[in-house]
Design a protein around this ligand. Structure first.
Ligand SMILES: C[S@@+](CC[C@H](N)C(=O)[O-])C[C@H]1O[C@@H](n2cnc3c(N)ncnc32)[C@H](O)[C@@H]1O
Length: 206
C-alpha cells in the first residue's frame, strides 16, 4: 500500500461521512455511550475539570456530554460537515484534522475519547497515530478506544475503510505504542459474546 493509496482510502472514507453527515447525526444522536464515557473518566487522576479530546467527534453528541459534566472538551474530525455541526451544537473548540496528519500540542490532554474511530486507520498507519495520541496526553493521561471487533482483517465496508481487530492484536498494538492497559470490555453489556460486536479498552500513557 503506497502513501497515495493511504490518502485515497482516507479521503474516500471521509467522503462517505461528508455525504451522509445529517443522516449519521440523526441516526446516532440517541446512542447511549455513557458506559464508555464513565470508563474514561474514572481512570483520570487529579481534580476535575479535565481537558478531554474527542477524537473523531462526529456531530458532537459526546462533546455535549463531557461539557455538561463540567469538563473542557475539544473535538477533532476530518469531515467538514461534522466539524461545523459539532461547533454549532456545542460551542466547543473543534479541530479540523485528519487522523493521519494529527498536529496536537504535547502533553495537553487528561483524556482522549476515541469512540468508534480508530478502526478507520489503515493498520500500517496505526502505530504512528497511536504514538501521536500518546504524546498528546499528559504523563498519566488516559486513552479510551472502542471499535467494532473482528479477526484482524481489513478492507472496505461499502465506501468506508476499516480494520477489525481481536483483543490480543489490539492489545499488542497499544502496548507497542507505549500504553498500559487499565481495562477492557465488550459491548453491549449483558449479552452473549457473539452478540457483542464492540471491543472497548482503556489505557494509561505509560
Ligand atoms: C463511526 S464515526 C464515530 C463518530 C463519534 N465518535 C460517535 O461515536 O458517534 C467515525 C468518525 O471518524 C471520522 N473520521 C474517519 N476517518 C477519519 C480520518 N482519517 N481523519 C479524521 N476523522 C476521521 C468521521 O468523520 C466520523 O466522525
Amino acid at each position: 500500500m503506497s502513501d497515495l493509496d493511504t490518502q485515497a482510502i482516507t479521503e474516500r472514507t471521509l467522503d462517505d461521512y461528508r455525504a451522509n453527515a445529517e443522516a449519521f447525526r440523526d441516526g446516532t444522536r440517541d446512542h447511549d455511550v455513557s458506559q464508555n464515557i464513565e470508563a474514561l473518566l474514572r481512570h483520570i487522576r487529579g481534580e476535575a475539570p479535565f481537558r478531554i479530546l474527542d477524537l473523531g467527534c462526529g456531530p458532537g453528541r459526546d462533546l455535549k456530554t463531557f461539557t455538561a459534566l463540567g469538563h473542557v472538551a475539544v473535538g477533532l474530525d476530518g469531515a467538514e460537515p461534522f466539524v461545523r455541526m459539532a461547533r454549532e451544537a456545542t460551542g466547543c473548540e473543534v479541530l479540523h484534522q485528519q487522523f493521519l496528519a494529527l498536529d496536537l500540542p504535547a502533553a495537553s490532554f487528561d483524556g482522549i475519547f476515541a469512540n468508534a474511530v480508530l478502526f478507520h486507520v489503515p493498520s500500517r498507519e496505526l502505530d504512528g497515530v497511536l504514538r501521536k495520541l500518546h504524546s498528546a496526553l499528559r504523563p498519566d493521561g488516559v486513552l479510551f478506544t472502542s471499535n467494532p471487533r473482528g479477526d484482524n482483517q481489513e478492507g472496505w465496508s461499502g465506501t468506508r475503510y476499516g480494520a477489525w481487530y481481536d483483543w490480543p492484536t489490539w492489545r499488542q498494538c497499544l502496548e507497542k505504542a507505549g500504553f498500559v492497559e487499565l481495562e477492557h470490555y465488550y459491548r453491549p453489556a449483558g449479552l452473549p459474546r457473539d452478540q457483542q460486536p464492540w471491543l472497548a479498552s482503556v489505557w494509561r500513557r505509560g
